[in-house]
Write a new protein. Sequence first.
Length: 493
Amino acid sequence: MITFTLKELAQLARLETRSEQAIAAVSTNSKEIGPQCLFVPLKGERFDGHDFIAGAVAQGAVAYVSSRPDEAEAGAIKVSCPNTLRLLGKCGQLVRRKSQALVCAITGSCGKTTVKEMTAAILSQCGPTLATQGNFNNDVGVPLTLLNLQAEHQYAVIEQGASHLLDIARTAEFVESDFALITNVGEAHIEGFGSREGVYQGKSELLTNLFARFPEKNGDGALPLGRGIGIVPGDSPWWPQWQQDFAQQLKQGRILSFGESESATMRVSAVEQEGDKLSFTLSCTVPGLELNERITLNTLGRHNAINAAGAALLGRVMGATPKQIVAGLTASSNLTGRLTPHRFACGLTVIDDAYNASFNAVLAALDTLKQCPGFRVMVFGDMGELGAAALQLHYKVGEAACARVDAFLALGPLSQEAIAAIAACDAPAKVITNFSHSASHEELIPRLSATIKAELKQGHQVTCLIKGSHAMHMEKVVAALLELGAQLDQVRS
């Protein structure tokens, strides 16, 4: 972490502390206290970090934050503030301001973690790069990520998640990004946003914050277009709305796009999936951003070509060369739980896409499975946080599955709607021959195993893709299938 003083923090957060005490670490965990550490207690549903202040001081914290009127703990400096979570954000903001790194922010209904990883891989070809780890993309995770900035970092890639309006606006205040990218606007977190329009507004808070920071075009000789560039998906149905809402920035050349559309700034074309390799062409003709490269990635899913286009465009405006774009994308690896294939000699392929599920991501998974050889099995768990749209969107998943897979096994109460849609489907393109609903993992796994064994016994290859919201714990299904594959291989040998 880049060191700051309590006085600097107080000035930024408008507090009264005047201490020149240097802070070299910030912790929200009383058991993880380093030298010159500031302890920031957070309050959750089942705990209050204020109860651990004494323990943090005993561990060596030189200062602590408190919203309580209690007397100060001996041996440490008390920093009083009304909102400790916000002050954690201010700590991150202060470190970000002391950093010389170029900072980009990424959000979207799905794909943001993949684009974040691809962008970080590209920028790592240019210099030391910090990127959000795991799902640290909320009010707590974003500041903690910023606090990891070191003096040597030249780039930072910050992922920002949201499930309600103003979530992104709140964390964007601390990130103070130089560039921003929205992967897409889809049917995710509708329960919190209230509507699809609410999702659009929530994601677009990233652009609103960026352009408030850069009201005019910001020249920088080291960058092709300067800072203050916003990037959005040109294939999105929301593209016309972005054009209207940010007309001034569009006119200034500060709203760029990516996708398969011929008008996209960074265009994807000639997409081909052969086995585990995805190949596509990226092209851009904008002066300063020129690119025309054939890319091959060790990954599944046509949508990942679109993700790569977004990352390439973001890397390009941040100064990456075409050679660094190719090297970074080629080096980027698939994330566990995101279309990760596991192949077995017995003929079974398990595609682990169990990390989470939004409606758009499920459709992308179905499209990916459709391209796979042999008997295709979709294991689908409920999608979460869809509010009033939940039943309709689960039904649409079933409709989409009809022409894409051979078997569809569902888990969870909402996924019964998908089964109902499959049962009602009588279209000529319907290929599903096996579909069922299970109330528990214990019911699903034996049924799934029997289906797979029956197809393998007939000499068919079987590809099984597992997808569901994080709350459905679909990783249990993945683990069972990996064990099954290993057992069948052992018997085969």
